[in-house]
Structures are given as C-alpha cells and as structure tokens.
Design a protein around this ligand. Sequence first.
Ligand code: UD1
Ligand code: MG
Length: 427
Amino acid sequence: MAMAARRRAFTDTSDNPPQTEDLSKTASKTPEAASHDPPIAPPKSGFILKLSICFLAPYLYLINYYYNIDKDLKRSILINASLSLVGYFVTIRMIPVASRYVLRRNLFGYDINKKGTPQGSVKVPESLGIAVGIVFLVLAISFQYFNFTADSNWLVEYNAALASICFMILLGFMDDVLDVPWRVKLILPSFAALPLLMAYAGHTTIIIPKPLIPYVGLDILDLGWIYKLYMGLLAVFCTNSINIHAGLNGLEVGQTVVISGAILIHNIMQIGASQNPEHMQAHAFSVYLVQPLLATSLALLSYNWYPSAVFVGDTYTYFAGMTMAVVGILGHYSETLLIFFLPQILNFLLSLPQLSGYVKCPRHRLPRFDPQTGLLTGTNDGTLVNFFLRLFGQKTEKSLCILLLVFQALGCCFCFMLRWILTGWYK
Ligand code: UD1
Ligand code: MG
C-alpha cells in the first residue's frame, strides 16, 4: 500500500509540482512524523444547516401533512430519517479522524485549481468517501431491523443492492489507492453491479409510452436479458458520469446532494399519489437508501465545500453513483433518474471525443487557474466545467461550482415539470 500511495503522491505531484522534498522520503514517513500534519479545517456546518433547512422543511411537510401516507410506511421512513441524522453526526466526527489516517498512508492530493497560491501546496487528504461509505453501510444494514413493512422478497433485493454498493466502494477505494488506468476504471462498476443483476427477480418488462403503442403493437414489452443489460449499463453510466463531472471543490458531493434531494421528493410524491402497494414499496425502497446517502453526503460536503479540507476520491463518486443507479433500477424510475442526470449526460457527450481516444485525454481535464486574479479560464478539454467557463466567461472556483449546482437543480425542476405535463398522455 505504501508503494501505491507513493505512486498517487507522485502522479499528483507531476500535475502540480509544489513540492521540493524527496518523494521517497515522504512515502517512508513514519506515522509519528505524519501526525505532525496540521488538523483539517473545521466543517462548514452553518452553510450545511441552511441548506438542509431549505430542503427538510418542504420534505417533512410533504410526508407529514400534504400526503396521507400509510401509517407503517411513514413510521419506517421517519425511523430511517432519524438514523440518517445520527449518521450525519457520526460522519462529521469520523472525517477528521479518517483524514489523519489517510495522510499517514500518503493518500493525499494537491488542489489543482489553487496551484501557485499557498493553498495549492497543502496536502489535502484524499478518498474520504471511504468514511462516508462505511457509515452509510452501517446505517443501511441496521435499518433492516427497523423496517416493519419488509417481507422476504424485500430483504433479498435490499441485501443484493447493499452487496453491489459495498462492492463498488471496495473497487472505488482500490482505484484511489492503486490509481488504475482509465479503460479499467470505466468498467469497474459493471462488476459491482453483478450482485444486483444476479439477484434481481423483478419484472423485466417496460410499459410502452402511449403515443408509441400503435407503432409497436403492444402496450407492455418483455425485454428479458436486454433489461438486465440496461441495468448494468445504467450502473456504469451513473458512476462514471459523476466521477468525470468533477474537479471543482464541492462539485462531486454537491451534484449528489442535489440529485438525492430531487429523488426523495419524487419518491414521496409517488408514494403519496399512489394506491398500488407494489409501487409504493418500490419508492419506499429508494427512500430508505437515499436518505442515508443524502445525510452522509451533507456531512462530507461540510468538509469538501470550497475551500476543500478533504477530497472525496473515486470511492465516493462511485459509491454515490452506484447507490443512485440501484435505487433507480429497483424503484423502477430510471427514466426520471436519467433526466435528473441531465448535466452529467451533457458532460458525458462533451467528453466522448476524449474518452473514446479520438482526441488526446490528459490525466486532468481542468480549467486554467490564474493565481494573480484567482479566476478560472476554460480550456479546450471537453467538459461541462470548461464549457460553462467559455460560455459565461472567467469565474472563481466557488461561483462556478454554485452555477453548475444551480444548473443541476434547474434540470431537476425541468424533470418535475416534464413529468407533470406528460402524465396521462405519456404513460
Ligand atoms: C476525473 C476526470 C479528470 C479530473 C478529475 C478531477 C475525466 C476523464 N477524468 O478523473 O479530468 O481532473 O476527475 O477530480 O474527466 N482535485 C482538485 N480539486 C477538486 C477535486 C479534485 O484539484 O475539487 C484533484 C486533486 O488533485 C485530487 C484529484 O483531483 O487528488 C482526484 O482526481 P481523481 O478523482 O483521481 O481523478 P479521476 O476521477 O481519475
Ligand atoms: Mg474522481
């Protein structure tokens, strides 16, 4: 592991060489010596609190007053929410401890968009997604004990989902430690999706949109194994698309927070408006996994928001992407999920020439930072980050990140509007 960690330190230094010290010495640094690293900056709790209240108020209103949700189901959802709240505080406590440990193992990165300023030469602890993933798994596993509406079928699917998420965390962490090549990175999620695909016993049919029924001649189409292939591809897409829409402080976690919030509101609206127990269970399933995801991600965001005290690593991007893919699949709302992923789809399309190898793809496709003005300028690398900079002109890292997150939120609003307009006509 020390070797691997040294490789990471070396890779990052080659992109951003603020170091003059001998790297091999860094790698062999003893834990005692490393413990002299200064503690990380405190969490930005005030900011997270304001953000949470903006979301929680309407969310709790929908659950408790607006919709008349079945008593047992509501109780399970609220127990899960309380567990998630505990998870938030545990994560807040765990991240500084985990940061010390990863630094000891030389798992750190340099903040590339601050290169040339004093902040650019600070070793930022990397892969804190591992702490978040562990808290999430503990919450999700223990929740089974409290779900009073569960049957054996539910347990099988739930545990398969957790196995996939857990496998993804493992592979993500492996990637952070070993720095695997790009092509390998891209296919890792397809392995992680296997437990879910193997255990999946739900239907493999799709409902044909009403306007298309005359052309297809059927109103329900059984896709069989093609449906499972689609599930696998969705997992690969969700994980990688979050991972490559990154590189600004707070962007990886921020996009997850926005999408998770939208997913939860969608789930509650579906549960509230439905009379079909199967449909309600599918959406409740999603709520049970997304509430802990959102809570633990908010804790991570309080450290990862600009200026980042920790980096999340591919552990986190893969874990978050896989969790959202799993709930989209098992909740049977993958089309809606894909519309929530609109900025990620745009970023993916912009990235295609470089990902396919048609255009050269550097290790980091980030904007150019000017230490004099503190502004970022777009480069020719095909990412949404660069596209926004070219479109709206130079920006600071923080304002660009906020702009991208607002765009993400607008995409989610657009999705809700689209659903509202198309209901009845489309399906
Ligand atoms: C993906 C992107 C890469 C982008 C990188 C940044 C593709 C094909 N790959 O690679 O272009 O540069 O994410 O996350 O699109 N970092 C910062 N500031 C941040 C977050 C990360 O400077 O806010 C830097 C740090 O040095 C950190 C490193 O990025 O150590 C982490 O990169 P990593 O997640 O390993 O990159 P990839 O996911 O492989
Ligand atoms: Mg990454």
